[in-house]
Design a protein around this ligand. Structure first.
Ligand SMILES: Nc1ncnc2c1ncn2[C@@H]1O[C@H](COP(=O)(O)OP(=O)(O)O)[C@@H](O)[C@H]1O
Ligand SMILES: [Mg+2]
Length: 304
């Protein structure tokens, strides 16, 4: 894989003696969309605020392109664009005037770049209207336009799908994936909605109670345990055969035998059945969705 543009190292945040972020470490690479998934109160916004230098870091550090957010904040954040929670907007100004205002924070953002980002987030028709007339989705898109103004290498977006309708989410997804793949940007995006993350991201970190509890590769599933359904006769004899195979979990469900196995084990299971003269009528693979896994992982956890 390419170099890590962000390294989060043993990051901690304590507020009034309470540990909110607890020893968080991960890397973000160029060209990838990394998801940060967790229930409300898990610590996503707090982590992103520390990464963007908006609040202090209790211990640990965030290294961006070799620079420490703790000790060299300006250098570290120069190539980063971000929106955290509801982006600050001037409601009585137009979208366009808001962008012109934010442009002042950076050098070298010509008018043509403003037009470009407006086009990208599809706000062209509304850009000269006052922001107070915008829907939540339009405000989110204006926030993303603002984060992109200075052509950052890294984008940090806190729940950017909030307030978007399904079509808007699809557009955002296509756009973020394009930025990552074609511009080699690194994108870190949080959400509490699993199905969205699964579509947008290459990799997902799951955060609970301030800790990363799991990392999921979305596009690599070969090592994954699948539920495989077998339609066989006679079932009792088939169960006996399968119980003799090592490390295999088998159960009967709605007339099917359900086997938990890796993809590569399926031919051997089938061969064992056939060898024992069992009639195999169908084999069906069902992959556990991220949602199943997320619910398994977060079951019983306290949501604050
Ligand atoms: N300034 C603060 N003072 C006290 N507690 C806070 C503060 N900011 C966040 N928290 C607590 O930290 C936890 C994580 O919050 P947050 O980062 O907003 O989670 P998320 O964005 O995942 O919903 C929550 O329990 C929240 O109440
Ligand atoms: Mg949040």
């Amino acid at each position: 894989m390419s170099e890590a543009i962000i390294q989060v190292k043993h990051l901690e945040k304590r507020i009034k003696g309470k540990t909110i972020i607890d020893d968080l470490s991960f890397d973000l690479y160029r060209g990838e969309v990394l998801g940060f998934l967790g229930p409300n109160g898990a610590g996503k916004t707090t982590t992103m605020r520390m990464m963007l230098g908006l609040i202090s870091i209790t211990s640990g550090d965030v290294i961006i392109d070799g620079h420490s957010v703790k000790n060299a904040k300006e250098k570290a954040l120069g190539r980063v664009g971000g929106i955290v929670e509801n982006p600050e907007m001037y409601k009585f100004l137009s979208g366009y005037d808001n962008l012109k205002h934010f442009r002042r924070m950076y050098e070298d953002v010509p008018d043509s770049r403003i037009d470009e980002v407006v086009e990208l987030v599809k706000l062209k028709d509304a850009i000269h209207r006052k922001v107070k007339t915008y829907s939540l989705g339009m405000r989110q898109r204006l926030g993303i336009a603002q984060a992109l103004l200075h052509r950052p290498d890294v984008l940090i977006l806190d729940e950017p799908t909030n307030g978007l309708d399904p079509a808007g989410i699809r557009e955002l997804r296509d756009y973020l994936r394009k930025l990552a793949k074609e511009e080699n940007m690194a994108i870190f995006i949080s959400s509490h909605i699993l199905s969205e993350m699964e579509l947008i991201c290459d990799r997902i970190l799951i955060i609970q109670n301030g800790k990363i509890t799991s990392t999921q590769e979305i596009r690599e599933t070969t090592e994954e345990v699948l539920s495989v359904l077998f339609e066989v006769e006679p079932k009792t004899k088939a169960l006996e055969v399968l119980h003799q195979l090592p490390d295999l979990q088998v159960r009967e469900e709605k007339g099917w035998l359900v086997v938990e196995a890796k993809r590569e084990d399926i031919p051997q299971i089938n061969a064992a059945l056939v060898k024992a003269n069992i009639q195999v009528y169908a084999i069906r693979r069902t992959q556990k969705s991220l949602e199943d896994r997320f619910l398994e992982l977060t079951e019983g956890s306290v949501v604050q």
